[in-house]
Design a protein around this ligand. Structure first.
Ligand SMILES: C[S@@+](CC[C@H](N)C(=O)[O-])C[C@H]1O[C@@H](n2cnc3c(N)ncnc32)[C@H](O)[C@@H]1O
Length: 382
């Protein structure tokens, strides 16, 4: 696979027109994949086996000839297979990764793909031009509200898809397990995961450090999703009923809503926000940490590394420009998504340090995780 990729790159560098055509064609192929995904074609092929276009058009109530033309593109690009003898389409190794009920593995990309091809996400890219011209996000220009307002107030279905996509992305790389194992959370009684989604990191910390008490602080829609999701999971429901993990509605911009804890975590949250908002969030948490510290001092406790309030930021650190590296390319695409959709950015260590300085936080250590590249745990205190 890597060899084919390198050969393609080599070919493109020799004949630049190939590169231009590839990128314009990729955009059209993505749309073909998105349409067949929306029509449920991949699931129908997975559930019912090979089908011809007459059958597929009937099941999906589509225009037979146009559907065939779209599917033919996907077959020619290797997303599905086509048998010339019986004229039937079937799924293959690639499309099996996009099935909802079929192969379930940590490599399944169905939720991630669902999030990326959702209309409110896709239309942000139509406004990339205005985004570059005005500094606003494409998402805001198209949907008249920020991404997080949209998923919290307007489209609870998309929030569910977003939460599932975050889970899928993190499971692919085993980030939560790496984080839970890389830090001795057992030293801390109470842990607050700010913007912790539906609690994937929280549950992982609990499984590695069973004596911990976790509070996941989130927006209202997310707390509802979490409680709804775990109704059907007896182990997790038990942990909630035993108060080992709780879900709390709060606003990370409002210190009053952040529960006092021994340690706070912010996993892949700050990269969603511009510098001004990032400083507001970090200042809000650092003010709660300062109060925690004052309480210890007032109780005549000596502050040491075991009781000092801590904040762990689990996020990417962007390396200096290294355009040839594949990992750098992934990182700048992630930065582009932050810019166009949510209004955040990926940051270099220098940029992170500037945020900390302006939020009253002191950086104690940085631990690099194995996967994905650039992801690190930044340990901070006040
Ligand atoms: C990129 S997700 C990260 C989720 C989780 N930490 C993870 O790594 O899977 C960012 C999260 O921040 C939450 N969020 C957005 N605005 C928030 C706010 N004002 N207060 C608390 N959480 C918020 C979102 O609901 C979302 O779940």
């Amino acid at each position: 696979m890597r060899l084919v990729h390198s050969l393609n790159r080599c070919w493109e560098s020799l004949i630049p027109t190939v590169k231009i055509f590839r990128v314009t064609h990729d955009y059209m192929i993505f749309n073909c994949l998105s349409v067949s995904f929306k029509l449920g074609i991949i699931d129908h092929l997975a559930d019912q086996g090979p089908l011809n276009v007459v059958e597929l058009a009937r099941i999906t109530k589509s225009h037979e000839k146009n559907l065939f033309r779209v599917l033919r593109v996907l077959a020619s690009e290797g997303f599905i297979s086509f048998n010339d003898k019986n004229q039937k389409f079937s799924i293959n190794k690639t499309s099996s990764l996009l099935t909802s009920g079929g192969i379930k593995s940590e490599k399944n990309l169905e939720s991630l793909f669902s999030m990326l091809q959702y209309p409110a996400f896709m239309n942000s890219w139509q406004s990339l031009y205005e985004c570059v011209q005005t500094g606003k996000t494409g998402f805001e220009i198209e949907n008249n509200m920020t991404f997080f307002q949209y998923i919290d107030e307007k489209d609870s279905d998309y929030k569910k898809i977003f939460d599932a996509a975050m889970k899928q992305k993190n499971e692919m790389t085993g980030i939560h397990t790496q984080v839970a194992k890389s830090f001795n959370f057992s030293n801390y009684e109470t842990i607050c995961d700010v913007g912790g989604g539906i609690g994937h990191l929280g549950f992982e910390i609990l499984s590695q450090h069973p004596s911990s008490k976790i509070c996941v602080m989130e927006i209202e829609q997310c707390v509802k999703n979490a409680l709804d999701t775990y109704k059907r999971d007896s182990t997790k429901l038990k942990a909630i009923q035993q108060d080992k993990i709780k879900f709390l509605v709060g606003d990370m911009f409002q210190p009053k809503t952040i529960p006092s804890s021994n340690i706070y975590t912010l996993m892949q949250v700050i990269h969603d926000w511009n510098n001004q908002d990032a400083i507001r969030i970090l200042s809000s948490i650092s003010s709660v940490m300062r109060k925690d510290k004052s309480k210890l001092i007032n109780n005549n406790q000596v502050i040491n590394d075991n009781n000092r309030p801590k904040l762990l930021i689990i996020d990417q650190i962007l390396n200096d420009n290294n355009f040839e590296k594949e990992s750098f390319k992934k990182m700048v695409i992630s930065d582009l998504i932050m810019m166009t959709v949510v209004g955040g950015e990926e940051r270099t260590l220098l940029q992170w340090k500037s945020l900390f300085e302006q939020s009253g936080l002191t950086l104690l250590s940085i631990k690099k995780l194995n996967r994905p590249p650039f992801l690190s745990i930044l340990e901070l205190t006040v």
